[in-house]
Design a protein around this ligand. Structure first.
Ligand code: MG
Length: 441
């Protein structure tokens, strides 16, 4: 049976890999899987969003599901709505992928993305085409609701609004023309900030920058932070489940450092479990140890992090890509929640000071094309005896760093990640990884 779901839902180039027919039938599969019920649906700003949303609505209604249309909304706002109101959710988004992509994420009734097992069940229904078919008088009803205000209200309950408001922070926010434009600028205003928006219009052509907010594409944000003398710069990916920051000097804050800053804030004075994928930086490990916390590694993918957090009652979790999970709000990556939390933190210290307190590491990422990635991975594992971890791929621990060798889920590629205290050493470790792959293949 063909695997349709990748690491983060179904993604593809519009009308080539991802078609209305596929979306229709996957939605019918979801409606069949939950056996009728209520499904919330929302989307990011991509041009094809309306087309796919209508296909998904038709599919769900045909199985007898009721559908609530949430319109354009950030992914975490839809997660939050589903947790409280419906039996499942569909988010039409390709997140940080390039402009020509779109995708589907399925959300379970607890507001978290489907587990791999749940996805397999939906794939099985899809392959067998055994859809639940409502009678002529049993097709579902469609209604409209708003997910935005309750999401913002939920965030405001969890931060010290009065304290933040008193500071009148100046914040530049670049939502990249994505769904974050609906939430983050107005949330910041409600928190008493003086807000300058950049790319705040909803535009699925993403005319000014790609949906992924890497440091290299945030030149406008950086310039504007410097020129306006802002306290903070904020940028989201296309569906605003992720967030990155620029400090008051206009320096981009690495996502690993951001993860460590938030982990430190969550664990200080109380310890507790912190959950993150095996690819995350050692700076996070250092910080968690300083706080007498316990770090738990998971496979790569935010769903793994979320599910492990629930299992352990973790106080915080997240990925080194700006995907941060605040369990007091919800077990999903939560861009706007992270913004509010950072504002609370910069009431005490400037962003650049928060960054300085985090130990510095260097990371190198490489990839290699291979024909038989599974065979190569098996041989890599056979060649190694000690100091390895196999939570996801093969991670080799050294005294002064690590190398992670991992097959891509979708491409004929093996990725090599390395980290150490110096750039030179990180490159050496990455080279060790590449040499090992060459040796066995
Ligand atoms: Mg995203």
């Amino acid at each position: 049976m063909k695997q349709i779901f990748g690491t983060d839902g179904v993604r593809g180039i519009v009308n080539k890999e991802l078609t209305p027919k596929l979306v229709l039938e996957l939605s019918m599969s979801l409606g069949t899987f939950i056996d009728g019920g209520t499904v919330a649906i929302g989307r990011d700003t991509r041009i094809s969003g309306e087309m796919f949303k209508n296909a998904a609505i038709s599919g769900l209604l045909s199985t007898g599901c009721k559908v609530v249309d949430l319109g354009i909304a950030p992914t975490p706002a839809i997660n939050y709505y589903v947790r409280d109101e419906t039996d499942a959710g569909i988010i039409i988004t390709a997140s940080h992928n390039p402009r020509e992509y779109n995708g589907l994420k399925f959300v379970a009734d607890d507001g978290i993305g489907f587990s791999r097992e749940e996805e397999r069940k939906v794939e099985r229904i899809y392959s067998g085409k055994n859809f639940r078919n409502a009678e002529w008088n049993g097709t579902g009803a469609l209604s409209i609701d708003d997910a935005i205000q309750r999401y913002k209200d939920g965030i405001k309950k969890l931060v010290n609004v009065e304290r933040i408001s008193k500071r009148n922070f100046k914040v530049v926010v670049d939502t990249g023309c994505g769904a974050g434009g609906i939430v983050t600028p107005s949330l910041l205003r409600e928190l008493g900030c003086n807000v300058i928006t950049l790319n705040g219009q909803l535009d699925g052509t993403f005319p000014k920058r790609p949906p992924e907010p890497t440091g290299e594409v945030l030149g406008d944000l950086i310039t504007l932070v410097k020129r306006s003398g802002a306290d903070l710069g904020v940028a989201h990916d296309g569906d605003a489940d992720r967030v990155v920051f620029v400090d008051e000097n206009g320096s981009f804050v690495s996502e690993d450092v951001l993860l460590a800053i938030c982990a430190k804030n969550a664990l200080k004075n109380r310890g507790g479990f912190f959950v993150t994928p095996v690819s995350s930086s050692l700076c996070v490990k250092d910080v968690v140890e300083q706080c007498d916390g316990e770090l738990v590694w998971t496979p790569i993918g935010s769903i793994h992090v979320a599910r492990k957090m629930i299992e352990l009652g973790a106080v915080f979790g997240g990925e080194g890509n700006g995907g941060l999970i605040f369990p007091e709000h919800q077990y999903s990556r939560d861009g706007a929640m992270a913004v509010a939390k950072i504002l609370e933190m910069i009431c005490e210290k400037k962003m650049s000071q928060l960054v300085e307190e985090i130990p510095r590491y260097y990371n190198v990422k490489k990839k290699m094309r291979v024909i038989d990635k599974k065979g190569v991975m098996e041989k890599v594992l056979d060649n190694l005896k000690s100091n390895i971890e196999t939570t996801d791929g093969v991670k080799i621990w050294y005294d002064d760093g690590w190398v992670l060798i991992r097959a891509s889920g979708t491409e004929p590629i093996i990725r090599i990640y390395a980290e150490s205290k110096s750039n030179k050493r990180a490159n050496e470790l990455a080279k060790d990884g590449i040499d090992l792959i060459n040796q066995v293949s």
